[in-house]
Design a protein around this ligand. Sequence first.
Ligand SMILES: Nc1nc2c(ncn2[C@@H]2O[C@H](COP(=O)(O)OP(=O)(O)OP(=O)(O)O)[C@@H](O)[C@H]2O)c(=O)[nH]1
Ligand SMILES: [Mg+2]
Length: 446
Amino acid sequence: MPSFVDDTIVAISTPPGIGGLAVVRISGPLALETINQYFSSTQKLKPRYATFGKLKHPALSEGEFDDCVVTYFKGPHSVTGEDLVEISIHGGAYLQQKLLEVLLRAPGVRAASAGEFTLRSFLSGRIDLSRAEAVADLIHAKDAAAHKNARNQLLGNLKNLVGSISEKLIHSLTVIEAELDFSDQEIDFTPSSALLGPLFEIRETTSALLETYFYGRRLEEGIRVPLVGAPNSGKSSLFNLLVGEERAIVTSHAGTTRDTIEKTIVVAGHSVILVDTAGLRETENEAELSGVDRSLDEIESADLVLLVHAPDTETNLDHDLTTTPYISVFNKLDLVSRAPDGMDISLSCTTGEGLDLLRSTLYEQVINMVNKGVGGVVLNSERHRDVFIRFKGQVSACIDSVQSEYGPEYIASDLRAALDILGEITGKTTPDDILNQIFSGFCVGK
Ligand SMILES: Nc1nc2c(ncn2[C@@H]2O[C@H](COP(=O)(O)OP(=O)(O)OP(=O)(O)O)[C@@H](O)[C@H]2O)c(=O)[nH]1
Ligand SMILES: [Mg+2]
């Protein structure tokens, strides 16, 4: 990633492939000059106006190349903070590639690297780092819940929360520094209780925030729900009914499913990854044994297990399910007059009876996992979690220093260290290598 930002960059900003329209973006001091070489219209480009015209230049084609709409944003009033031009053309692969190739030959223009438009937005102070990261989350959001969380972060919820915590720390720091300035005079020192109150509050908020991470990861990765049970209990049949297609093979032979099969469905706006697994039993067959190992691994990483029983099979689940939430499902209800006791749900894949109850129970379980967050913030990024863990440790160190009645210089330096850690969220104090890592995770053109 280049560290200088005064050159002009260009990239196709729409997803690769052929679509109705494609958008090519140019950002930097030469953006306007560059587009003017290729664009002809009855009107001059005006900031914040979309202008219809033609792309016409011998380097592009003999005659007219394409109709286009060019929108010009004059820096600093653009998303990158620089002069920015967006060219909408027809989305053909040749059109996009040819235009990009020709624009890249223009003097002083180079290809944008991954995430460079957003990086410029961050470097020009248009958005803080937490909001830049939210752009990536928004693009990758697979369901309504992940979208809402990314949108909240883009609106600045995390930035505002960090801002309000910082303000409290800065206030304490100002009080301490005033003491340092007057330390040669006979003035009363701030009582430690005045410093401790806000510090305890900050530590509590941080703990609550860290607790949202479990849910935040589910937002990112989906909620993992394997169907586990004895061979032939009807796991694959149930899996197919829940995903709405004949995805897994169903036969009357016990031991049909070997490999795990996953399919994502959306429940209450959340991605739920259903996993069909091999039936659990002791077996000499090597392939089946590997399947059984995988089933056990699935239980380990599950958020919720559907434990499937049937009247004509026996479930010898030699596995501790005390820490993983599960729903015990009795299948093949059509074969018996009444379900045994102790089952959460009884159903029949053959008749469909009881399926709606399973669906609504899944819905409830998903809703139960929802964490409303702290100030509308749900932590979903490992980077943020790591920063807040270190921050909490540093706040505890501040509390210790105050309680141990260390000198004001010592407390002030502890408070400054806490502020520095917090600044990594918004990008105030984020080291360059981390910035590079964050922005290189974007796609080119974003
Ligand atoms: N009568 C009846 N048969 C069912 C029901 N559900 C599944 N079956 C039958 O039970 C047999 C096993 O079904 P599968 O879905 O393959 O069972 P499984 O648990 O995936 O089995 P493995 O992959 O071998 O572990 C098939 O013949 C299904 O048609 C049901 O509700 N009632
Ligand atoms: Mg199966």
